[in-house]
Design a binder for this molecule. Structure first.
Ligand code: ADP
Length: 327
């Protein structure tokens, strides 16, 4: 029999579409399993401020389709200190909270692991970030929706690019991760994709664009991840324009629209599976694990492994595919 009677769920760090569907899954699975469930508003900040919400099945009605997070999210520096963690723990104990489910990115998971190790409170993490840059899962929550948002934008830009014979540089999110750039670049039919994980010389890019122009491409779209070593889309566009002026050149920065919006069906189902799996894991006595999906099966990976396996590799076959299909 599990000792756990009351769990708390929170979202933290950057928000991502599907977080609400995941909160709903955690709350309803918990209630189904006979647990009490508390929502903590504003992540670790809410733990310090006792921003607790006793939730029931109706607390999560009509949120499955909403972007953002009804529990709000925050970045909290105080939680990184030992005193901050102690205060958070005391506040949780005062509410008889036995275990935690944290939905967020690698910062959130790092904090959760430290906290669990320091106080012995069981913690399960759920990877909620549009960046898809966490080890232990093929896909993070929100990644699919963010890609769909980017593709919709690319499609619209392509219409105008083609009408005017233009070269468009579209900057997408990804300071350290080129996952969104790569996927959306392939799905959006980009001529070139610039990523943080791979150095692309401007000369190489120009050569590619020149070849495309010779092949009678009337317009081109280049996807630039914000963390590309050449700088952002404006820098890349400026340098390309200096040597290649075949097309009229334009820049679009997609920015925070990539974080929002109604979650895709893929993200909603993933959110439901992750939330359910996290509660089951706690009841099975697991702790300091992150839930993930690998080959369409739900898997747990220890936070220690997930957070230390940082050699995240972009799929080389997708890189090759993008190159071949853009001729
Ligand atoms: P994300 O979870 O999206 O990566 P952050 O990196 O901003 O977002 O992390 C979210 C929060 O997690 C931070 O504001 C902080 O409260 C907590 N956190 C991050 N790193 C640590 C750490 N080393 N120790 C304790 N808490 C941390």
């Amino acid at each position: 029999m599990s000792e756990i009677k009351k769990i708390a769920v929170f979202t933290s760090g950057g928000d991502s579409p599907g977080m609400n569907a995941c909160i709903r899954a955690v709350v309803r699975t918990s209630i189904f399993m006979g647990l009490e469930v508390v929502g903590i508003r504003q992540g670790y900040q809410g733990m310090l401020e006792k921003n607790f919400w006793n939730m029931d099945s109706r607390s999560v009605s009509n949120i499955i389709h909403l972007g953002g997070t009804i529990l709000k999210t925050a970045r909290c520096l105080e939680f990184k200190t030992e005193e901050g963690m102690q205060k958070a723990y005391d506040n949780l104990r005062s509410e008889n909270i036995d275990a935690l489910i944290a939905i967020g990115g690698d910062g959130t998971a790092t904090g959760a692991e430290r906290f669990s190790k320091a106080f012995g409170i069981p913690v399960i993490c759920i990877p909620g970030t549009i960046d898809n840059d966490l080890y232990g899962t093929d896909f993070t929550l929100g990644f699919d929706t963010a890609n769909n948002t980017v593709i919709e934008a690319i499609d619209k830009i392509r219409d105008t690019a083609d009408s005017h014979d233009r070269l468009f540089f579209i900057e997408v999110m990804g300071r350290d991760s080129g996952c969104i750039a790569l996927r959306s670049g392939i799905a959006g039919g980009a001529e070139a994709i610039l990523l943080p994980e791979r150095d692309t010389a401007i000369e190489e890019l120009i050569e590619k664009l020149e070849t495309g122009a010779k092949r009678k491409k009337s317009s081109s779209i280049v996807i630039v991840a914000e963390g590309d070593k050449n700088g952002g889309a404006y820098d890349v566009a400026k340098r390309v324009k200096e040597k290649f002026n075949f097309y009229d050149t334009k820049v679009t920065i997609l920015g925070h629209m990539q974080r929002g919006g109604t979650p895709s069906s893929t993200d909603r189902v993933l959110a439901c599976r992750f939330g359910y799996a996290a509660v089951k894991a706690l009841l099975a006595g697991e702790t300091q694990q992150i839930v993930g999906i690998r080959g369409n099966s739900i898997k747990l990976t220890s936070l220690h492994e997930a957070l230390n396996m940082h050699e995240f590799k972009l799929e080389e076959d997708l890189m090759e595919l993008a190159t071949i299909l853009s001729i």
